[in-house]
Write a protein that binds this ligand. Structure first.
Ligand SMILES: Nc1ncnc2c1ncn2[C@@H]1O[C@H](COP(=O)(O)OP(=O)(O)OP(=O)(O)O)[C@@H](O)[C@H]1O
Ligand SMILES: [Mg+2]
Length: 267
């Protein structure tokens, strides 16, 4: 089994990346997938909070050589595990050869154990985010219809397109008032990226403004919040099934599983 690597980023902060990652992970797990979330949001690592878990080790400790990667893995829920990034995420860009090889070896040890690696990134256009985005099979830029979110998403895509080849780039509208409004938001950003950057964005659906998504943050049982009769369930399933059948995973990069992701650290 090749692990499929999906990264979630945004130009502007607070648009709903982590909430979406948690809900997508829950949905994938419900469909029987094994999911590993990598919390690469250095400043505000918070994925564990949705599952009321605490963190004792992170990738920083792996880089320091204190613990193995396996020792940092926290089981969040049935079928969902977490690797906390810690300050190690910031250091990846400056790692010496030994540090890089220790991470590559550590991640290689978990190759094949997960169907999906979901990478939650910090907001904005840091080198770190650009490196991560260029290293995942599928890039998801999350945004809302707020003006700042639209223009920051455009800036992120612009910088990304100047520095890296950007295939498999999805724009996922969040907190929209209807599926029609979501498609319209996608269309408007896709229009400008196509016109000015010659870059078409992919559409895999959108996510409505719905307090059900947020309840993962304060519920003791996040697995039980989104039931199959809800609109949220239908939206998430639609996005998950688009991801499931995405051609990126059948490409040469996709067939290389985690080693493609790890190349991002070394190049
Ligand atoms: N679809 C949605 N409907 C309603 N509220 C939402 C939705 N998605 C996210 N939110 C709310 O928006 C807020 C920010 O979400 P979240 O922390 O997931 O954003 P983020 O992009 O990860 O932020 P950061 O950039 O700080 O990491 C949270 O209070 C969350 O509950
Ligand atoms: Mg977040």
């Amino acid at each position: 089994m090749n692990t499929r690597v999906v990264g979630m980023a945004s130009g502007k902060g607070g648009v709903g990346k982590t909430t979406l990652i948690v809900n997508l992970a829950l949905q994938l797990a419900e469909f029987g997938k094994k999911v590993l979330i990598f919390d690469a949001d250095l400043g505000m690592a918070n994925v564990h909070l949705a599952f009321s878990k605490s963190i004792s080790h992170s990738l920083s400790d792996v880089i320091d050589g204190t613990v193995s990667l396996e020792q940092t893995i926290v089981s969040l829920s049935e079928g969902i595990d977490l690797i906390p990034g810690g300050s190690g995420v910031a250091n990846i860009a400056d790692l010496d050869e030994i540090g890089v090889s220790s991470i590559v070896q550590a991640f290689s040890a978990i190759e094949g154990q997960y169907d999906y690696l979901l990478v939650d990134m910090s907001a904005g256009i840091s080198t770190q985010v650009l490196t991560f985005l260029s290293s995942v099979h599928l890039k998801i830029i999350v945004g809302t219809d707020e003006l700042g979110s639209i223009s920051d998403a455009y800036s992120l895509i612009k910088v990304l397109s100047k520095q890296h080849s950007i295939d498999n780039l999805i724009y996922l509208p969040n907190r929209v008032s209807s599926s029609k409004a979501g498609k319209k938001l996608y269309d408007s950003l896709n229009y400008v990226t196509t016109k000015f950057l010659n870059k078409q964005l992919e559409y895999v659906g959108c996510i409505s403004e719905d307090s059900l998504y947020c309840r993962v943050w304060d519920s003791p049982e996040p697995e039980r919040i989104i039931t199959s009769s809800s609109n949220a369930y239908a939206e998430l399933s639609a996005v998950v099934s688009e991801i499931e059948r995405h051609l990126a995973f059948n490409s040469h990069e996709g067939s290389r599983g985690l080693s493609f992701f790890l190349d991002g650290f070394t190049s």
